[in-house]
Design a protein around this ligand. Structure first.
Ligand code: CAA
Length: 390
């Protein structure tokens, strides 16, 4: 049975911070961010937007009534969870009006877990061929003001509908995963921002890629020339660029290097303008590739490199199906351009606004721009969401 990606939806914060402005405020050469990290803008979310509103907004753009009647599992992958017990997917399931006899769970392993979610979705559908599974990667990446990671923040959600006979890509059965216990990036329960061994984390990312790729090559008898493109987890595009170059060796034909490099540029188009969206970052890269690379054709194989600090990495491949283009947005750039640009001062107050819950557990929030759904209030410690018509 062919199982894979049938639809992909995307949502990001409705405010945007320009990297040149941030560089000036931080007394840094703007080239460090735009060339050194390859980032131009990052999405900023206010307190009324969280992993639930981003996830529901992303999924709402792709689901029709038939999907909502057939989805029997919602898996939300995140590392910026809003609750230690209740899964964010339960709220999302409700907001999207998905039929009630569905399983809803949240899944975690830093930026990696959406990849595990897709594999679980595939296994579930292979046993239940009529089922549709909604996998959503949703995160808000916050490193803190003036931290080294500050320019790599971002926010966003990628919603993927998985089913048999998919319209975009088949997920192949060739996954090779690796786990290594390292402290490169982690966030204890008592901290709202992560602890990061920045340079060490980049080394772990690249070494995980190199060693997992070697194992993948040996198990699958694969060559870099088997692939029309590669997508990477993108904490910031420069690191993924270094990753791409790790796949090349002296045997790689110059023409193929050129093809993969050109596909890579297409795959970072959105990341350059959104920043790191943690779990969704690899899948935003896929969306960016599919919507911006004219050279791709049905039947092409795309390599996927997933990495989550801690660390778990995985390489697998997908195969584009006939007519995949019809499922994509013709002008996603317009959606990105509609974000409201804000000053560094506004970014600091919007992004880091404290949760003003009173002793009874109540809070109301100001009027900010959000996607289709917003966090309206907290009442007796319960989060209240609403659909807005803005
Ligand atoms: N003009 C052009 N380039 C410049 C420059 C200038 N004026 N000044 C510096 N640069 C370049 C540097 O040469 C460097 O590029 P190379 O690596 O190619 O040499 C690049 O800009 C970055 O500069 P630094 O090495 O000085 O590093 P930094 O202070 O910007 O910090 C970082 C980089 C430590 C990775 C930081 O961004 C960070 O902590 N990020 C968060 C952690 C992270 O993203 N880790 C990635 C792996 S972990 C993971 O993947 C999970 C996840 O999503 C978090």
């Amino acid at each position: 049975m062919k199982i894979g990606i049938d639809k992909i939806g995307f949502a990001t914060g409705r405010y945007v911070l320009n990297m040149d402005q941030l560089a000036i405020a931080r007394q840094t050469d703007p080239d460090k961010f735009t060339k050194g990290l390859m980032l131009d803008r990052i999405s900023i979310t206010p307190i009324t937007e969280d992993i639930v509103t981003l996830a529901a907004t992303a999924a709402e753009t792709i689901l029709d009534q038939e999907d909502k009647e057939k989805i029997d599992m919602v898996i939300l992958a995140t590392e910026s969870s809003i609750d230690q017990s209740k899964a964010a997917s339960v709220y999302v399931h409700h907001l999207l009006k998905i039929q009630p006899f569905a399983r809803s769970i949240e899944i975690k392993e830093a930026c990696y877990s959406a990849t595990a979610a897709l594999d679980y979705a595939k296994a579930h559908i292979s046993l239940n061929p009529d089922s549709r599974v909604l996998v959503i990667a949703s995160d808000i990446a916050k490193y803190g003001i003036k931290s080294a990671g500050e320019p790599t923040q971002g926010s966003g959600s990628v919603a993927i509908l998985v089913k048999a006979d998919p319209a975009i890509a088949i997920i192949n059965n060739d996954n090779v995963a690796q786990t290594r216990d390292v402290m490169d990036f982690w966030r204890p329960n008592y901290s709202s921002t992560p602890y990061v061994n920045g340079i060490f984390s980049t080394k772990q990312y690249l070494d995980s890629l190199k060693t997992t790729w070697k194992e993948y090559q040996s198990r699958q008898k694969a060559q870099v020339t088997d692939f029309a493109a590669f997508c990477f987890h993108i904490p910031f595009p420069k690191l993924a660029f270094k990753g791409l170059n790790k796949l090349f060796d002296k045997e790689t034909p110059a023409e193929h290097k050129k093809q993969l490099s050109s596909a890579f540029e297409a795959s970072i188009t959105y990341s350059r303008q959104v920043g790191n969206i943690y779990t969704g970052s690899l899948y935003m890269s896929l969306l960016s590739l599919l919507e911006n690379c004219q050279a791709l054709q049905s039947g092409d194989k795309i390599g996927m490199f997933s990495y989550g600090s801690g660390a778990v990495s995985e390489i697998y491949s997908i195969q584009l199906v006939d007519g995949y283009q019809s499922r994509l947005e013709a002008n996603r750039q317009a959606y990105l351009d509609q974000r409201q640009e804000i000053s560094v001062n506004d970014y600091e107050s919007i992004f880091y606004a404290d949760n003003p819950v009173d002793q009874e557990g109540n809070a109301r929030f100001g009027d900010y721009l959000t996607g289709t759904f917003a966090l309206k209030a907290i009442q007796e410690h319960q989060r209240i969401y609403e659909k807005n018509d803005k």
